[in-house]
Write a protein that binds this ligand. Structure first.
Ligand SMILES: Cc1cc2nc3c(=O)[nH]c(=O)nc-3n(C[C@H](O)[C@H](O)[C@H](O)COP(=O)(O)OP(=O)(O)OC[C@H]3O[C@@H](n4cnc5c(N)ncnc54)[C@H](O)[C@@H]3O)c2cc1C
Length: 385
């Protein structure tokens, strides 16, 4: 493995290294910037691309060096994400294994789990899916009803999950399931091989036409004892760390908005629309994106990845993202009536608008982020439950 450029380089040198690496990297046929989650068709080119990144030290930048990561600073991670967005390529195969399951296994997994699962995640051999939400447990995650019953040999899983991103192409899942009656302490976290008999995956179609998330049904699926992460009853604590990391990752999307903003400005120029009023709206968004970018960096530099600051970032990033998609659509006018998958610059803006609807829901809705801010940051009275 070639070491990725590290701490001794200044930021501009890092940026130019990343840029020239990405410009010269061979692109597998069919590779596109599909965002955090690949579709089934994205898996083969995404895997080949990820493998190339891993072989050159650009995968799992935030992981500790002892697990094959680069111990990368936040600034470096942001630069790499930004340069990937600029080059129109994904920064990794998929979000769940690398940004969620990997760090969770590093923190809570047994030595055996680490040695078995981390390297295939790092190399892009295994896609993971997050099996938390259920039809009756989204915002109220402690309402999870999928059951894990102890058996002689391990655990038997029954129930249903929903909105499980990439479950239709995942090799493994990170499952939050009920092992006891107590609301929070009755939850445990498991590793699920998705080819286990008794698991059925049904893709759901989104409004942009793609099928990235799924329903997952468990009908007495048998897991071995070593599928449990940590202790029985530790699932809620692990889930909270996972969701904190998810907010952190989603918040970081600020860096990728700059490319869309550029596209939007270009679309307005091409249509001779850039009057002072529109320019003011665009400049406001631009300023919000920079504020987000620096707030994100500062929050991570402070070191507390469980901090409520990430709720602010998640909230502001997803709303800015949505506003960007909406303004871009206004610029396009009737040109917004394109097939979002046609690969054109206009289609990229339309897709951003459509995908933007999901941003204020996934990883905890805006209302829930506001509740967290009200209660944990502003110290307002807790909402009645
Ligand atoms: C694109 C996408 C990908 C996703 N990927 C995954 C995944 O991979 N794995 C996974 O497990 N989940 C995933 N999710 C699910 C996501 O985490 C949930 O959709 C989210 O937590 C909201 O839960 P819900 O859909 O059940 O809505 P609900 O919880 O039913 O909420 C419905 C509405 O009520 C509001 N509301 C609920 N409770 C309160 C309250 N206490 N105060 C104020 N308002 C409230 C919400 O804000 C929302 O507007 C994904 C979702 C999306 C959109």
């Amino acid at each position: 493995m070639t070491a990725a450029p590290g701490g001794t380089l200044d930021l501009e040198e890092l940026r130019s290294r990343c840029r020239s690496f990405l410009e010269n990297a061979p692109r597998p046929d069919g590779l596109r910037n599909y965002g955090p989650t690949p579709t089934v068709d994205d898996i083969a080119p995404g895997r080949a691309w990820h493998r190339y990144l891993a072989e050159h030290g650009y995968a799992c930048l935030h992981w500790p060096a002892e697990h094959g990561g680069a111990d990368a600073s936040v600034a470096y991670q942001a630069i790499f994400a930004e340069e990937c967005a600029r080059a129109g390529v994904p920064r990794q195969l998929a979000i769940t294994g690398i940004d969620l399951a990997g760090p969770i296994l590093i923190k809570f997994g047994s030595a055996e789990q680490k040695s078995r699962y981390l390297e295939p995640i790092r190399l892009g051999d295994h896609v993971w899916t997050q099996l938390f939400s259920e039809p009756g447990a989204g915002s109220d995650l402690a309402g999870v009803r999928t059951k894990a019953e102890k058996t002689d040999k391990g655990w038997r899983i029954s129930g249903q999950k929903v909105w499980s991103s990439a479950a239709n192409s995942a090799e493994f899942g990170l499952l939050l399931a009920r092992t006891g009656p107590e609301s929070h302490r009755g939850l445990s976290m498991f590793i699920v091989p998705m080819n286990t008999p008794g698991i059925a995956v049904r893709p759901l179609q989104q409004m942009d036409g793609e099928s990235k998330f799924n329903e997952v049904f468990f009908d007495g699926a048998e897991l071995s004892d070593d599928a449990l992460i940590g202790e029985p009853g530790q699932g809620w604590a692990i889930a909270m760390v996972t969701l904190g990391r998810e907010r952190l990752t989603l918040g970081s999307q600020a860096v990728t908005m700059f490319r869309l903003h550029d596209r939007m400005v270009q679309a307005a120029r091409d249509r001779d629309q850039l009057d002072p009023l529109l320019a003011r709206s665009m400049t406001r968004l631009w300023a919000r994106m920079w504020l987000l970018r620096y707030t994100w960096q500062r929050a991570i530099d402070e070191g507390d990845t469980a901090s409520a600051a990430f709720s602010v970032l998640k909230l502001m990033t997803s709303e800015t993202d949505q506003d960007l998609g909406d303004l871009a659509t206004e610029v396009l006018g009737t040109d917004a009536c394109v097939d979002p998958s046609d690969g054109s610059d206009d289609a990229e803006l339309v897709r951003a608008m459509l995908v933007g609807r999901a941003q204020t829901i996934l990883g905890g809705t805006s209302e829930i982020q506001r509740n967290i801010l009200g209660e944990r940051v502003l110290g307002l009275p807790k909402e009645p439950r």
